[in-house]
Write a protein that binds this ligand. Structure first.
Ligand SMILES: Cc1cc2nc3c(=O)[nH]c(=O)nc-3n(C[C@H](O)[C@H](O)[C@H](O)COP(=O)(O)OP(=O)(O)OC[C@H]3O[C@@H](n4cnc5c(N)ncnc54)[C@H](O)[C@@H]3O)c2cc1C
Length: 361
């Protein structure tokens, strides 16, 4: 019997189980596929919400804390495992016009953000290629991780620290007695635990216990990836919801779509056209590069993008850690700390009220 079972091995489940394990909890993580094989693999890895000034403080408070955690966390993972999450300080140039709102937000959260305009200023930011925008908000401190590398480093950390996990093990039911959790049932067997955390991403409302009480829906996002050369494109650029993210080895991601069509991960030629068109409008040089791959992932969507980080209202021992929507990487590190505080019953590092079941509904 484990003290605590985590259901789902995306970044949210991985970071939560690792945090609890490091705090001395006897934890077991169960994942229906390979670790980190869903949204956490598919995402862009920008360590900032897109247009963060449009989000509630509840999102910004987690994002700002995570930004501080990431350098240390990725360094720790590298030292433990030798795996590089490719944390890179790319900076983010966003085309947006809400200047006073942006500057209020930047002042409030002590973020370095300034308005740039004119070809020369843009060229100072991205010197080697043409970015076809003439103005924007430049945030030089925005970082990224490379998702598949980050989840590989987390998986290696589980191996290195001997954190118990089982892949290809789908939880079919959460068992309770008198409204207290007792175990999870999988195809293979039943695992008993006093505490169970649902960290099942877009699938978090699947259990009969959560069907009416947790509203998380899948929101499909498609991406394409170009094969480029290292250091040709250096900055993350965002305009009208479309962005490009340059990776260390020269590959360049262009994303992403937002599609509410259920649990469907097929890729489409219309998304390809949309993403390619938007990408070459931002960086015309991309038109000459080969598109190596296209993929889709299912974000765990909540209405305002605020995640559940809470106890279940009606079932003792049950916790929900899900619904990070477009920001599971950036929010994940801080969110896992908060979930650990709640599970361990100690004073949380921030106000938990915005992440409670009633608040999200
Ligand atoms: C195209 C795209 C771009 C993105 N870009 C960014 C970005 O730049 N920055 C950012 O912060 N975020 C980004 N995101 C969002 C981010 O990827 C997600 O918010 C995050 O990965 C959610 O993590 P998760 O662990 O909750 O979900 P997931 O990674 O989906 O993990 C949930 C896991 O639970 C498992 N599971 C489900 N049901 C069961 C069950 N019954 N039993 C056992 N296991 C189960 C699933 O198999 C899955 O592995 C992006 C997402 C997409 C799709």
């Amino acid at each position: 019997m484990a003290d605590c079972i985590v259901v789902g091995g995306g970044v949210i489940g991985l970071l939560t189980a690792r945090r609890l394990f490091l705090e001395g909890v006897d934890v077991l993580l169960l994942e229906k596929g390979p670790l980190g094989g869903e949204s956490s693999w598919a995402g862009g890895g920008i360590i900032s919400p897109l247009y963060p000034w449009r989000y509630d403080d509840a999102v910004n408070v987690l994002a700002q804390r995570s930004k501080k955690i990431y350098p240390e966390l990725t360094e720790e993972l590298f030292e433990e495992t030798g795996k590089d999450s490719e944390l890179v300080n790319s900076g983010l140039l966003t085309v947006a016009d809400e200047q006073s709102e942006i500057f209020d937000w930047a002042k409030n959260w002590s973020v370095d953000a300034h308005f740039v305009s004119g070809t020369d200023s843009i060229r100072e930011i991205e010197s080697t290629v043409g970015i076809a925008v003439d103005r924007g908000i430049w945030m030089p401190d925005i970082m990224q991780v490379r998702n598949p590398r980050f989840v590989a480093a987390l998986k290696a950390s589980f191996e290195r620290l001997a954190i118990p996990y089982i892949e290809h093990c789908e939880v079919e039911e959460i068992l309770t007695k008198n409204n207290i959790v007792s175990a999870v049932r999988t195809k293979q067997r039943t695992y008993a635990a006093a505490k169970i955390i649902i960290a099942s991403g877009a699938w978090s409302a699947q259990f009969s216990i959560t069907k009416s009480s947790v509203s998380v829906i899948p929101v499909k996002g498609q991406m394409i990836m170009y094969r480029g050369e290292p250091d040709r494109v250096k900055r993350i650029v965002l305009s009208e919801g479309h962005y490009i993210i340059p990776r260390k080895d020269g590959r360049i991601l262009a994303g992403s779509t937002l599609e509410k069509i259920g649990f469907d991960k097929t890729i489409s030629s219309s998304a390809y056209d949309e993403l390619h068109q938007a990408a070459i409008e931002l960086v015309p040089l991309l038109d000459g590069l080969a598109v190596e791959r296209q993929w889709a992932g299912l974000r765990p969507g909540t209405e305002r993008g605020i995640p559940y980080i809470c106890k279940h209202d009606d079932v003792a021992g049950l916790y929900i850690h899900a619904g990070h929507f477009r920001n599971g990487i950036v929010l994940g590190a801080a969110s896992a700390e908060l979930m650990a505080d709640i599970v361990l019953g100690r004073k949380p590092w921030c106000d938990t009220a915005p992440y409670a079941m009633q608040a999200i509904h």
